[in-house]
Design a protein around this ligand. Structure first.
Ligand code: FAD
Length: 544
């Protein structure tokens, strides 16, 4: 099947939806999403979205906090643009129907929470289910829009890119030219459809599933990063993986986050004997930056041999906790933990990918007419460590930037005829459809990759472990190359292929950076090296 749209948006989280709602004023928008439309990281975001709107706050303070967290790698121009745009973008979210908690009836009278690394209360939230409030409102608005078409269970496999060839000596080099949409697997029919578009948006979210323990939902397999890399786009800073310090530690709790906002409300991290420990690691104690808290917990657990530490918020009492954190309260209670009476068992888990597809101030990737927005992008906002609650903000700000850019090129781009592609052009048509082949190879390699990444490329790194990870992953990638053509084309196989590639790229970036900065901590290079490494780690595939 061949579809033609003005815009193809890959992903139905905050980035994809907020762009689609704007772009639909210019043309028809297809949103493809690989599972249910609500299944996004956005939907699970708890804490909120940052904006300096409090009486005691200022843009300058929010900018400073973001730069401090980014540890020398933020792009100050991007930080300033994002922070100053925040109130306007939040006003738009409200117009689209998002209901944030309020203190009064004025347009900006929001209840403001506090999170680690923020010097003021500036987290706008909807109880502890901010992401759900945003996701549902945006989906509702998109579904009501006559020019937005949502395709659930459609898995984007690869970008369709038209290349310019140049010759250097006897070599023919492909110079990237222009994106024209994507090959998309219709999961229900098993067919690969062609989605042709003038403008393509990668809004595929993060890659937390590359690690054994993660707060991310199952869709976060780094597909956008892998697609962009295969197409020859530049990626940056993939070594900066943020580990959230506090995920619920319980055998029946898969990926459940205990929001930083609990520490913002006075929650304290303690060991199993009830002893607080964060004051030993940072003057900000329990409200230190995430990387410091995650490393402190990792150190405490390694020292004691315990499986977890605890977060104690019992002093706030049941009435407050039920009102402020209804989701966390209920979830914990369903597992037999009454958080108003008992400290919560917690462990760190992979949470956020600060690196991604390198973009400019307008969200443009290095492939013309292909944009990357949201967690799959590396815009320069987060640097070496994202400040809490800046990611939902980044997504809405950059979807606006991309919209403005597209609008400026509308006459030029949208008049160009679509390329005519035959079924032979689709690389996936050549795959055998061998239904007899064994799928055990997929499940096995998923597990192995996630364990390698957790054990060798985790919170604290060292050269020898990175080398081991590199060797193991290279071997798995080779196995995948050999086996993949002989197994049925399905989402598990395609996710494994992407996951293995993203693991390889994360390790490559981590090996390159011979220093410790922000989220990348390597005991063999424990200091910051501003002279050589105050710059992005860039990675791309040469196309021949
Ligand atoms: C538990 C949790 C709590 C968080 N709390 C906060 C918070 O309080 N504040 C904050 O700022 N940030 C928070 N974050 C981070 C933030 O939620 C995410 O960074 C943000 O929602 C990412 O939005 P996105 O639109 O880029 O991606 P997502 O919301 O993850 O959406 C990605 C979309 O892409 C689709 N997709 C992926 N691959 C393909 C493919 N191959 N084909 C088709 N579709 C595909 C997915 O199905 C999904 O629809 C949290 C994250 C988690 C996991």
């Amino acid at each position: 099947m061949e579809y033609r749209f003005d815009f193809l948006v890959i992903g139905s989280g905050i980035a994809g939806l907020s762009f689609a709602l704007k772009a639909a004023s210019l043309g028809d928008v297809a949103i493809v999403t690989k599972k249910d439309k609500l299944e996004t990281s956005t939907n699970y975001a708890q804490g909120g979205i940052a904006s300096a709107i409090g009486n005691d706050d200022s843009f300058e303070l929010h900018i400073q906090d973001t730069l401090t967290s980014g540890d020398g790698l933020c792009d100050p121009e991007v930080v300033e643009m994002v922070v100053r745009s925040a109130p306007e973008r939040i006003r738009e979210l409200v117009e689209w129907g998002v209901e944030f908690n309020r203190r009064g009836s004025g347009p900006f009278d929001f209840d403001l929470g506090r999170e680690g690394g923020h010097s003021r209360n500036r987290i706008i939230h909807a109880h502890d289910m901010t992401g759900q409030a945003i996701e549902r409102a945006l989906i509702r608005a998109a579904e009501e829009h006559p020019r937005i078409y949502i395709f659930e269970n459609h898995f984007a496999l690869d970008l369709i890119v038209e290349y310019d060839g140049i010759r250097i000596g006897d070599r023919s080099i492909k110079r990237r030219k222009r994106g024209w949409g994507a090959y998309v697997l219709n999961v229900s029919s098993g067919q690969v459809d062609l989605f042709l578009s003038h403008v393509t948006l990668l809004c595929t979210g993060g890659a937390g599933k590359v690690y054994l323990y993660t707060s991310n939902p199952d869709v976060a397999t780094g597909d956008g990063l892998a697609m962009a890399y295969r197409a020859g786009a530049v990626l940056a800073n993939l070594e900066f993986v943020q580990f959230h310090p506090t995920c619920l530690y319980h055998p029946q709790a898969k990926n459940f986050l205990i929001s930083e906002a609990l520490r913002g409300e006075g929650g304290r991290l303690i060991d199993k004997h009830g002893r607080p420990f964060m004051h030993k690691y940072h003057p900000l104690g329990d409200l230190a930056f995430r990387d410091i808290v995650a490393r402190a917990i990792d150190t405490e657990m390694k020292k004691s041999g315990d499986d977890c530490v605890f977060l104690d918020i019992t002093h706030r009492g049941k009435d407050f906790l039920v009102k402020r954190f209804p989701n966390i309260y209920e979830k914990c209670l369903s597992l037999g933990i009454d958080i108003s009476k008992t400290p919560i068992p917690v462990v760190p888990a992979a949470h956020y990918m600060c690196g991604g597809i390198k973009t400019d101030m307008r969200g443009r990737s290095s492939i013309d007419q292909v944009y990357a927005i949201g967690e799959c992008a590396c815009t320069g906002l987060h640097g070496a460590n994202r400040l809490a609650s800046n990611s939902l903000l980044e997504a809405v700000v950059f979807s606006h930037q991309a919209y403005l850019d597209v609008k400026g090129h509308f006459d030029e781009w949208f008049k160009r005829p679509f390329p005519s592609l035959s079924s032979q052009d689709c690389p996936y048509n050549a795959l055998e459809n061998n239904q007899q082949s064994e799928m055990v190879f997929i499940a096995h390699n998923w597990d192995v990759i996630r364990k390698i990444m957790w054990n060798y490329v985790g919170i604290v790194r060292r050269d020898s472990r990175l080398k081991l990870a590199q060797d193991h992953i290279a071997q798995i990638r080779q196995e995948i190359r050999e086996h993949l053509p002989h197994i049925p084309l399905n989402t598990d196989a395609m996710e494994l292929r992407n996951l293995a590639l993203v693991a390889e790229l994360i390790v490559s970036c981590a090996v390159m950076r011979k220093e410790s900065r922000g989220l990348h901590y390597n005991v063999d290079h424990p200091n910051k090296d501003d002279l050589r490494w105050r710059r992005d780690t860039l990675i791309w595939r040469e196309l021949e």
